[in-house]
Structure formats: C-alpha cells, structure tokens
Write a protein that binds this ligand. Sequence first.
Ligand code: EPU
Length: 417
Amino acid sequence: MDKIRIAGGRALHGEVTISGAKNSALPCIAAALLTADIVRLENVPRLVRDVSTMRLLLEHLGCETQWEGNTLSVRAANIDLFEAPYDMVKTMRASVLVLGPLVARFGKAVVSLPGGCAIGARPIDLHLSGLEALGAKINIEHGYVIATAQKLVGAHYRFQTVTVTGTENLIMAAALARGETILENCAMEPEVEDVIRLVRGMGARIEGDNTEILRIHGVDSLHEATHVVIPDRIEAGTFLMAGAVTGGAIQVNRCVPEHLTAAIEKLRENECGIQTGKDWIRIEGPKKLKPSDVETHPYPQFPTDLQAQYMALMTQAEGTSTIHENIFENRFMHVAELRRMGAHIEVDGHLAHVYGKTLLSGAGVMATDLRASASLIIAGLVADGVTMVQRVYHIDRGYERIEEKLRGLGADVERIS
Ligand code: EPU
C-alpha cells in the first residue's frame, strides 16, 4: 500500500491548478444514464478510486465510456442491467446516484444499500422517500433497494434534512417524471447547481438557481450534451490551508472564489492575507495565525469537507479555536492522529476545542477518510521532522496527484509505493 512521506518545515510558494470537482463529476456521470445520447463531460478529475468506480459501474450497467485526457464521454444507449452491486457500492457510496436516473428512465433500479462509513451512519432514507413521493415502489430485500415504477409522476416533496446527493438523485428522477415536481429544502451546494446545469443542457426544464426550492417540469426524453465540470472548491480550500499553515504565499488557479466565500472569511479572520480574482485566490500565511471558531453547515456556510483541514490549521493558531461539526456525527477521526503529532485537541460530542499553538512533530499516522488524510498532510507540512501518512488510498479518492501539486509548491513530499 502506498504511503506519503512529508518532511515538514518548508514554506509553500508558487501556483497550483485546481482539478474538476469530484462531487460534481460523480453525479454528472450518473446523469448520463438519463439519455441514450452521448454525454461529454470535460474537466473530470482522473481519480483512481471514485471516478473510476463510477465509470466502471456505468459500464457494468451497459454504458460505453471513453476517456480522452480529462474528458469522459458516456453513452447509455444499451443498458441491459439495472443493478449497482454491493461490491461497487461498498467502495463508493456515491453509487447510489444511479438510483434516480435508472428508475426514471427504465422504471427499475436495484442498488445495494450503502452501509455506514468512517464519518457517520449516512442513511439514504430521504433519497428513498423522495422517490416514493414521485410514485416509485421501494422494497428493501437482502441488503438491496429495489425501486420500480411504471412512470414517475411529479409531486411536491420537502427534504427533512438538507442532503446533497439526495437532492441530486431527485432532480435527475424528476427531470423525466410526468408533470411538475416541486422540491423544497434542497441542497444549494455548487455541485448541485452543476448537475442542474448539465441536466438543463440535456433538455430538462428546471426553475431555480441557488435556491432551496426547485420546480422541475418533467420531459419525455433528454438528449446529448457537453458539460464542463466546475473546479473542486474543497481541493482549492485544502491548498489555501496548506499554504497558510506553512506561512507561505501561494496562488490557487482555476477555481471559483465565490464557492469558497465562507472559508475565505474564516482565513481572513485568522489574519491570512487573501486576494481574489475571477478564477484565482492568492493567500499569504501570517506571522501569527489568529484562532477562530467555526461551525459546519450546508452551503453557503462553512463546508464539513474542509473541517478536518481547518482543524490542522488551527493547531498553529495562537489561542483556542472551537470547531463544531453539524453535518456528520463521527467526523473527528483525524483528532487522534493529530494528537499523536502533538496537537492539543479536546472533543466534546460534536465540538472540538483546539488549543494552539502546539509544535507538531512528524510521526507515522493513519488516514481514516478522505478529508482526514488531507488534514494529516497539512499537519505534516508544518511538523518538525518526517510524517508518514499511511492508507493514502483515501486521499486518492478526492485529490488528483496531490503529492506532485505540493512538490510544485516547494514541499518536500513523496509517494512511496
Ligand atoms: N442524511 C440523512 N438521510 C438521507 C441523506 C442524508 O439523514 O437520506 C443525512 C446524513 O447522514 C448527513 C446529512 O444528512 O448527516 C448530510 O448528508 P448528505 O446527504 O448531504 O451527504 P452526501 O450527499 O452523502 C455529499 C458529499 C460529501 C459531503 C456531504 C456534505 C458527494 C458524493 N459526497 O455526501 O463529500 O461531505 O455531501 O456536504 O457529493 C467528501 O467529499 O469527502 C464527502 C464526504
């Protein structure tokens, strides 16, 4: 198994280019199931794990797919299976995104129920009750969701909790339902908006942009489209925090600064110097980082997917920071590993108190999930000595060539196979 070795203590300088967003690419690939025509997706990150798994899943269902650089073309003209098997879903929960498109276009979907994962129980009850509201019949048998429908019919559905992939699944399903669907309390993440843009480009009639209420007028069929996936705001935020923690000065290119408004606001509170342009953000780490409290919430507030990285940054702030995780019940797995590096962090339920500044020392650490691994890399960049991050397959799920990009900024990082 690969490891990432980081020799800490070098300030990062230079520029880095951000890849396409994983959490946008995954539902966009699933959306290709809505039509028999070719869907061409540009700026798809070549992530050896999640993106490859989604592609394999679509091929398993009968799609033809083709890579050309970062463009992935998908043609779902000959679907002959309607099942997302356990082996695929267990490696990637986002497999559940094929549920809405399959049941909407073919009237049938069999998808393994994802289990819990390292960050929480993560049920999909709202995906299922939303589809039921559109007339799908849902049965759970032998660990599989079996969804059937003659034809989905538009309905009024309110999500009890804001759910990103739940909203995406329902948008895709409603696009081909008969009549009008109104979805309330929708997730407004940029990735959801990106899926809306793609599906609209395929001929769907959707009213609402960046709104928690969406009105979808179902159409009989959808058609080919070419779509450019948005830049990954979480990758961009991770690099900003990496630059800041080392006291360096870096520029993050090909990103959308507005997608990071809440994170930028926090980093400014921490006294980082930040400038933004149309598609870039420049950050300069301060001599003394100021502590700050943060709470994770659905977009446009501070994202849970940057919480772990921000915690690593706050270990270097002069004073106490409080971090409140509101989205997932178990997303503090990185705390124990950060402590092993010398961080002083106390956890009380959904709250973590980070007492800074602590001198971190390089250590062997274990990645437990994608964003936890990013936080350990950030800690390693500022730690004294060598940090060896194990189980880096987690980081490969969400970061394209992270060690190369960090090296380009002057970090002493290498992957050991
Ligand atoms: N929830 C329910 N029932 C549901 C769906 C969600 O109770 O049917 C709860 C979840 O348990 C959680 C909350 O609602 O407590 C929000 O979960 P959400 O459904 O929004 O999460 P998700 O769609 O499974 C996506 C991202 C995650 C990101 C979350 C929150 C993708 C593929 N995944 O997951 O990304 O953390 O939204 O923003 O889009 C990551 O990239 O590291 C990652 C975990």
